[in-house]
Design a protein around this ligand. Structure first.
Ligand code: PLP
Length: 413
């Protein structure tokens, strides 16, 4: 009886067991997969769910009179409700299926953004944004005579909140900011930045690509207007993600892609459109991807997430302290609040050379600008080496990574 009162330990070995891809050797060494911020690995539960769809329920969704189509549609729409619950959306109709965060932001920029932006207007993004939260806004702004302005960050990689407030003037029609930075790991004070935008009547999109696998996201508590994330960073498949949009915005937004699924009635006199979210989902969707996303959310939410988070944080803390002791290591991104990402430069060595040497030891990291070139310029580096952690990583892997990095530093000396 007393066992139930004992704190739950996070059984990382049991978790690892569920990830086939983790159990392989690379260049003769056990794989140490530290590229989770790019794409996390996928557990058997997700592989099985997608396999089940293809073996049993393979069919197109919506309007099919037959059983397979009904089963596929039920599964597809049931995931929408699960996504809504997962991020705290009030209603499944506020969840639009997309290919990923990039498509979600392009959708908002091209519909909501385009219909609200005019000459002289401004969109605020920050120095730490992923290109997918800069370029879509630039494209639309260039077309309508508006401009994208950069909210600065400090030397630790934290958003400059005073500068942000000062920039929230009457010309600003949209704010788009990362919840968690992919290149630095910085966790932005999302509720606070939403509240400041709203105090000026400005709607805000949060890029949650790096947040959903590490934080409890509640869009209602955050109060944001839009929230975007990708399945492949959440232990799910590629090519699928979700956009949350407040229902009143989705109702008012014009459609983006035209085609099947998104219409109410089509004639050569004019076309009327379906209600959200279908208005934004033209064409045959990635049904297996959505089913895989649902399975990933189920799998992830079945874990003790508090314990998982504590485990991930202990990995980041240990790895940060240990690589800081290596000669020539310069940490890029030392914010007070960080999740899962450890970016660094090693002397003046090209990050790609460091990454190649780590790969020889079986350690998978990402190198380069991480689709954040303005951020790299801000820190005066061409790129970084980025180790990023998931809940299935271990302290033994931190040891292997640090050892491999020491060897790489020695070879490059
Ligand atoms: N935003 C952030 C913060 C990211 O880390 C990424 C992917 O690395 C994206 C957006 C783009 O996501 P996707 O390539 O899944 O569309």
């Amino acid at each position: 009886m007393t066992a139930a009162l004992e704190p739950v330990r996070f059984d990382v070995e049991a978790i690892r067991h569920q990830f086939p891809a983790l159990h392989q050797r690379v260049n003769g060494k056990p794989l140490v997969y530290l590229d989770n911020a790019a794409s996390a690995q996928v557990p058997v539960a997700v592989l099985d769910a997608m396999d089940h769809y293809y073996r049993n329920d393979r069919s197109n969704v919506h309007r099919g009179a037959h059983t397979l189509s009904r089963r596929a549609t039920d599964a597809f729409e049931e995931v929408r409700a699960r996504v809504a619950r997962f991020i705290g959306a009030a209603d499944p109709s506020e969840i639009v299926y997309v290919r990923g965060t990039t498509e979600a932001i392009n959708l908002v920029a091209n519909t909501f953004g385009r219909s609200r932006l005019g000459p002289g207007d401004e969109v605020l993004v920050s120095t730490m944004e992923h290109h997918s939260n800069i370029v879509p806004w630039q494209i639309v702004c260039n077309q309508v005579g508006a401009r994208v302005r950069e909210v600065p960050i400090d030397d630790r990689g934290q958003l400059d909140l005073d500068a942000y407030s000062a920039m929230l003037g009457p010309r600003v029609k949209m704010v788009a900011l990362a919840h968690v930075s992919n290149a630095l790991g910085t966790v932005n004070p999302a509720a606070e930045i939403v509240a400041r935008a709203h105090a000026h009547g400005v709607p805000i999109l949060l890029d949650g690509a790096q947040a959903v696998a590490h934080l409890d996201v509640d869009v209602a508590a955050l109060g944001c207007d839009f929230y975007a994330f990708s399945g492949h960073k959440l232990y799910g498949p590629n090519g699928v993600g979700a956009l949350y949009g407040r229902r009143e915005h989705l109702d008012a937004m014009p459609p983006w892609h035209g085609g099947g699924e998104m219409i109410r009635d089509v004639s050569f006199d004019g076309t009327t459109f379906a209600d959200p979210p279908f208005k934004f989902e033209a064409g045959t969707p990635d049904v297996s991807g959505v089913i895989g996303l649902g399975a990933a959310i189920d799998w992830f939410t079945s874990l003790d997430r508090e314990a998982a988070r504590a485990h991930e944080r202990s990995l980041l803390t240990a790895a940060t302290a240990r690589i800081a002791e290596i000669d020539g290591v310069r940490l890029i991104g030392t914010a007070a609040r960080k999740e899962a990402v450890l970016s660094f430069a090693l002397g003046a060595h090209h990050p790609g050379d460091v990454g190649t040497l780590l790969d020889l030891d079986g350690v998978a990291v990402r190198t380069g600008h991480h689709c954040t070139q303005p951020l790299m310029r801000r820190f005066g580096v061409p790129g970084t080496v980025r180790a990023s952690f998931a809940l299935y990583n271990t302290h033994a892997e931190v040891d292997a990574f640090v050892g491999a990095l020491r060897r790489a530093a020695h070879i490059l000396e």
